[in-house]
Design a protein around this ligand. Structure first.
Ligand code: CP
Length: 310
């Protein structure tokens, strides 16, 4: 790798703490790794002396596998931890669990946790680099990076691009990280969903707010469609999933009636027929699987750049 520039941070806790230059450096590094993972031999020795622990205290498919693959492509030693089969179920604290793992000479921690701020808390108590793989309803920085990288790949520089984020903004760490990331890169952002699923402070984040799906689709170049996070909802925010799909779902009839091309994105997992219909999720408008592919290159770039800070 030719990279000699460094990130301004030693942990990736959120997009909020990154500069626009950090994000561009991650993208440029990911460009090089994307080229590597499309070669017949997809592996480089960059992190061969490091051991990385993936600590998942919450379920994941894409993020967990993508980090593991990124670490293996960089030749790191990888240790996977799942809280449901660990001594966390016997009452061990987060700090005790992590300190026990670190005492086995682990260098970096990738962590998903249901509590917002859990990786920030750890960063005050341990020396290893920490990457936030999603902390409750707070941030999911590598998702936002791979989302913005995928838009850049399709449409070029993000400055001036119109990106709409649809759905459950209130409970979404993907929404918050995307807003920070897109704002830093000069894109215009509108969030669209039911009033009950909008945080009260959302306008202070520098976005427009809409409750009209059609108007928002007419405005945007990119629609990033989010899942309703029922597992985080302790109240009833809308009458039924059927009604949500009717008023806020993205479907073929709606998109065809616009007379323009929009890039359709979704971080996954998809609830088909709720926020998006299958004929749109699987259509030529959709870059959902390209997002997943780009996730490996973005995570390789983040791991590589943070390792260079050690
Ligand atoms: N996008 C995302 O975070 O998916 P997983 O929950 O499957 O990791």
């Amino acid at each position: 790798m030719s990279s000699i520039q460094q990130l301004s941070v030693s942990h990736l806790l959120g997009i909020k703490s990154l500069s626009a230059e950090d994000i561009q450096l991650i993208f440029e590094t990911a460009d090089e790794f994307k080229e590597v993972i499309n070669r017949p031999i997809k592996k480089v020795p960059s992190l061969r002396d490091l051991t990385i622990a993936n600590l998942f205290f919450e379920n994941s498919t894409r993020t967990r596998i993508s980090f593991e693959l990124a670490e293996k492509r960089l030749s790191a030693d990888v240790l996977n931890f799942s809280s449901s089969s660990s001594s966390v179920t016997k009452g061990e604290t987060l700090l005790d669990t992590v300190n026990n793992i670190l005492s086995m000479k682990v260098d970096m921690i990738v962590m998903r946790h249901p509590a917002p701020g859990a990786p920030h808390f750890l960063s005050h108590h341990i020396k290893a680099n920490i990457i936030n793989a999603g902390d409750g309803t707070h941030e999911h920085p590598t998702q936002a990076l791979l989302d913005a990288y995928s838009i850049r790949e399709q449409l070029g520089d993000l400055a001036g691009k119109k990106v709409a984020i649809f759905g459950d903004i209130l409970h979404s760490r993907v929404a918050l990280s995307n807003i920070y990331c897109l704002n830093k890169l000069g894109a215009e952002v509108t969030v669209c969903g039911p009033p009950t699923l909008m945080p009260k402070y959302v306008q202070s984040l520098g976005v427009k707010v809409s409750h009209q799906v059609r108007d928002t689709l007419e405005w945007c170049d990119v629609a990033n469609v989010l899942r309703i996070q029922l597992e985080r909802q302790d109240l009833k925010y809308f009458p039924s999933l059927r009604e949500y799909a009717q008023y806020y779902g993205i479907n073929r009839t709606l998109l065809d009636s616009l007379g323009k091309q929009i890039l359709i994105m979704h971080p996954g997992p998809i609830n088909r027929g709720v926020e998006i219909t299958s004929d749109i999720a699987d259509s030529s408008h959709s870059i959902i699987l390209q997002q997943v592919e780009n996730g490996v290159a973005i995570r390789m770039a983040v791991l590589y750049l943070l390792a260079a800070k050690r």
